[in-house]
Every structure is written in structure tokens, then in C-alpha cells.
Write a protein that binds this ligand. Structure first.
Ligand code: TMP
Length: 208
């Protein structure tokens, strides 16, 4: 494969993104570069710890800018070089998370957060984005350690999911909506077949 492929997973908290990103990266082996957001770089991981910590007291715009800062780092230092190297980047969240959580969830506006986000990413977008669709009530019943975002309750998750649905509907060529209420294995099989098709079509388009 000559050209890289950028795949992201999106969804509310506990929708199964981390599990699916892991299963996909494992299935792709050396071809894959796995990244999580926020994180993926030394500075990004420190920003992640700050943003998830329930004791962090932070204004909404500052929160959005910290996500953007972590994202700029991971784009420049990890994602862009991996794509240039022809790898498949498997990203656990990307800019769409900021559009959904900060833009819609916090009410900062999808347009405003998108403008900051495009500066941070230098315009880089995923080729393929999976929306792991799970009702907030079902997500709340799944086990895990809650963070600053989940501590805010189901209303935030509901606004976030609605925003994701609007983003997916507006850009159907990039988004694939996947029913995440099924088992991880069944979801992974669907994800895998879509990614294999995308890899084949990216390879077919790449210059010989
Ligand atoms: P997670 O990686 O465990 O899902 O945790 C990241 C948390 O940060 C999650 O609650 C979603 C939130 N988040 C945002 O609010 N905006 C963003 O841009 C990203 C990447 C995550």
C-alpha cells in the first residue's frame, strides 16, 4: 500500500471506541499506527490527564483549546508522518469529538470549535470515521471508571450523541454509523470489512 489511510472512531463515553480501535489495530498488525485523543504524545498525555481529572476546574473555551493543543501535537508528530509512510492510522477520537463535546455539548458552537480545530489539524481529516452508536442509557450501564465528562451525567452524553448523528448525516462519504449495542466481535467484523474495502480502494487509487 502506497498511500496511508486515516481511520477514526467516535461516539459517547463507553460506546466501545477503545475496544474497537484495539481490535482493528491488532488485526492490521504492522500496517497500523494506533493513537488516542487526547494523547499520543508526551505533552498530549499530560493534557489528557489534566482534562479527565474530576478535580480540574476549567472554563469551556480553555478546555476546547487544550484539546486542540493536544491534537496539533499528535497530528504533527505522529499522524501526518505515519500517513506519509503509507500506514493505517487508527485514532480513538479526533476533531469530531471536539465538535460534539465542546461545540454542541458545551454550547460553544460547532462552527467556532471547527475553526480552532482546523487550525490545530492544519486541515487534516480522517478518510473514514466510525460512529459507534449507543443510547446514553445503555452506555451508563457499562462498567468503567468515570471521568470529568461522564460525571456531568446523561444530559451531556445525549447532546453529544445528537451532535454526532448530525455530523454523520452531513458527511455520509466519510462516516459509517455502526450499531454499538451488539457484541464487540460483531461490531469488529463490520468495521473490518469496511476498512478492508477502504484499503483496497486507496491502494487502487495510489500511483504505481
Ligand atoms: P476517552 O478517551 O476515555 O473517551 O476520554 C476522553 C474524554 O474527553 C471523553 O469524555 C470525551 C472527551 N473529549 C472531548 O470532550 N473533546 C475532545 O476533543 C476529545 C478528543 C475528547
Amino acid at each position: 500500500m502506497v498511500s496511508g489511510l486515516f481511520v477514526s472512531f467516535e461516539g459517547i463515553d463507553r460506546a466501545g471506541k477503545t475496544t474497537q480501535a484495539g481490535l482493528l489495530a491488532d488485526a492490521l498488525g504492522d500496517l497500523a499506527v494506533r493513537v488516542r485523543e487526547p494523547g499520543g504524545t508526551p505533552v498530549g498525555e499530560r493534557i489528557r490527564a489534566l482534562l479527565k481529572d474530576p478535580s480540574t476546574d476549567l472554563g469551556d473555551r480553555a478546555e476546547a483549546l487544550l484539546f486542540a493543543t493536544a491534537r496539533a501535537e499528535v497530528v504533527d508528530r505522529v499522524i501526518a508522518p505515519a500517513l506519509a509512510d503509507g500506514r493505517v492510522v487508527v485514532c480513538d477520537r479526533f476533531l469530531d469529538s471536539s465538535l460534539a463535546y465542546q461545540g454542541a455539548g458545551r454550547g460553544l458552537g460547532v462552527e467556532a470549535v471547527g475553526a480552532v480545530g482546523r487550525f490545530a489539524t492544519a486541515g487534516l481529516e480522517p478518510d473514514l470515521t466510525f460512529l459507534l452508536a449507543l443510547p446514553p442509557n445503555a452506555a451508563a450501564g457499562r462498567s468503567g471508571v468515570s471521568d470529568r465528562f461522564e460525571d456531568e451525567g446523561v444530559a451531556l452524553q445525549r447532546r453529544v450523541l445528537e451532535a454526532y448523528e448530525r455530523l454523520a448525516a452531513a458527511e455520509p462519504a466519510r462516516w459509517r454509523r455502526v450499531d454499538a449495542e451488539r457484541t464487540a466481535e460483531v461490531v469488529h467484523a463490520e468495521v473490518m470489512s469496511i476498512v478492508e474495502e477502504a484499503i483496497a480502494s486507496a491502494s487502487a487509487k495510489a500511483p504505481a
